[in-house]
Design a protein around this ligand. Structure first.
Ligand SMILES: [Zn+2]
Length: 379
């Protein structure tokens, strides 16, 4: 059994220990120490990073109360080592983990929904609640959680068993009965947890709900806390400042400015489409090839070609638009069937496309105007 220094004191950044075992594994060596401040992966939290005698610790796992540190080089049994925790990452996780307790405790106290799941990524975390939280309730939880941070209340740890444990009201995902480690945020929450937490709520600094959405009949809440929440605020602020510059708008006017731009863009695009259709129609060259009426335009899109084909007289009509890598075509018939014509065109000029008897469209990779006219005249 490895003595867990992180359970007694979450603030140990450096420690000395004795190597009790070292085994080669696939990706290096697994080192066991008599004691460690490295938190192993578990409870939704990743393993601590850091070094043992300057050698990087790439993973930390716990199996049957023994903690294994993965390193690239072997250590001798009996050797004294100095362990150093990647403190910046660990402290950010302590802030996040404590913030999650705070938010979950408030959700439970205010609305009675249990926390059903927790996951921590490097910058954000998600907490799953057993009930549907309304937008107003989410705002209230966020406000109360930050209030608890300003109050800077103690976060304490105790290990309880038996009657002491039975007498205690606490949140837990598991049914535990002995040596349960309880983390209490004074006045806000009590929860069974084995991870390191901050000692006072003020150290969380800030907690922000980033998003929330329905999940398995309940609500998944995405959160950022502490250093990560601050980084998110900085990124959002920088982004907003850039947007204000691009839009020449004051902060509070950014949404309405974007809305106005979107409306202008939409009407300009509609106007442009109409002009393109008119241009295609006025520039179209019409040629009769047997019973088929053909139109030739340059660079027109399908919608403009449809306008052209609708304006043309005759039964079977075909419009070709010369583009960079071949020609688009649109075919329409009032009584006849365009499909045999399309099939013949596709075969002769390496084309793709098709449609219904009265309408079809596609593209030829080879554009040979005379060849097309000859083929249609022979139909
Ligand atoms: Zn915890």
């Amino acid at each position: 059994m490895t003595k867990r220094l992180f359970e007694e004191n979450a603030y140990i950044k450096e420690f000395t220990a004795t190597v009790t075992a070292c085994h080669p594994v696939k990706n290096g060596f697994e080192v066991v120490l008599d004691q460690t401040a490295f938190f192993p992966e578990g409870g939704g939290q990743a393993a601590d990073g850091g070094t043992l005698n300057g050698v990087a610790v790439t993973d930390v796992q716990i199996k049957e109360d023994v903690i294994y540190h993965t390193v690239a080089t072997p250590f001798s049994v009996g050797e004294q080592v100095t362990g150093a925790i990647d403190w910046q990452t660990r402290f950010a996780r302590m802030q996040s983990h404590t913030a999650e307790h705070l938010v979950s405790g408030i959700v439970y106290r205010q609305f009675g929904f249990s926390n059903m799941g927790f996951h921590m990524s490097e910058t954000t975390m998600t907490a799953d609640f057993a009930g549907v939280l309304t937008p107003q309730q989410i705002k209230e939880v966020e406000r109360l959680a930050n209030q608890a941070i300003y109050e800077n209340v103690p976060v304490t740890v105790e290990v309880l068993s038996g009657d002491d444990l039975k007498a205690k009201e606490y949140r837990s995902k598991l049914d535990l009965d002995t040596d349960v480690r309880l983390v209490t945020i004074e006045g806000y929450d009590c929860c069974a947890c084995c991870a390191p937490h901050v000692a006072k709520s003020g150290e969380i600094g800030l907690v922000k709900v980033l998003d929330y959405y329905p999940n398995k009949g309940g609500t998944r809440v995405e959160l950022a806390a502490g250093i990560n929440a601050f980084a998110d605020y900085v990124a959002l602020h920088d982004q907003n400042k850039e947007m204000m510059g691009l839009l020449s708008a004051k902060r509070e006017r950014v949404p309405e400015t974007v809305e106005r731009l979107a409306e202008t863009l939409k009407s300009t695009q509609a106007e442009l489409r109409l002009l393109q259709q008119k241009l295609a129609l006025s520039s179209m060259e019409q040629v009769q090839a047997g019973s088929v009426t053909c139109g030739f335009v340059k660079g027109a899109a399908y919608d403009s070609m449809q306008t052209c084909v609708n304006q043309m007289s005759g039964d079977v009509r075909l419009v070709f638009s010369l583009v960079e890598d071949g020609a688009l075509y649109v075919a329409a018939a009032r009584q006849g069937d365009v499909r045999p014509v399309i099939k013949a065109l596709n075969t002769a000029f390496d084309g793709r496309g098709g449609g219904k008897p009265n309408y079809g469209q596609g593209k030829l990779s080879v554009f040979d105007k005379q060849g097309i006219l000859n083929l249609l005249s022979a139909q």
